[in-house]
Ligand binder design. Sequence first.
Ligand SMILES: [Zn+2]
Length: 117
Amino acid sequence: MKKIIGFIIGALMTFIGFINIIITNIEMSTARGYTFRLPYTEYEAGVIITKYIGIGMLIIGIIILLLMIVSKIYYSKNVQDMSDVGNGRVNFISCPVCNCKTTRDSEYCPKCNHKLK
Ligand SMILES: [Zn+2]
């Protein structure tokens, strides 16, 4: 559930940030009589601050989304490994001495300590 919330927050922040940048760009290109150069008027400073907040939100949103995607890939890989064990796809071998079952990569039998490799 937490992952879905993370995705929503990341997507929302990216979206709002993107819209913010577009709106402030339109505002800056259409506002007549304002240069948006120093010294700023209160209005110009407001628009510029809003734009930087938009850029910040866009960057943070993208970082959140990337983290979510990476953790999702990592998570599904782990689940895959677990299901391999469940399906018996991780091969087991039997010890020739005591017939104890162990994983293929074991070097010694866990029961009688017979060398398997
Ligand atoms: Zn054994």
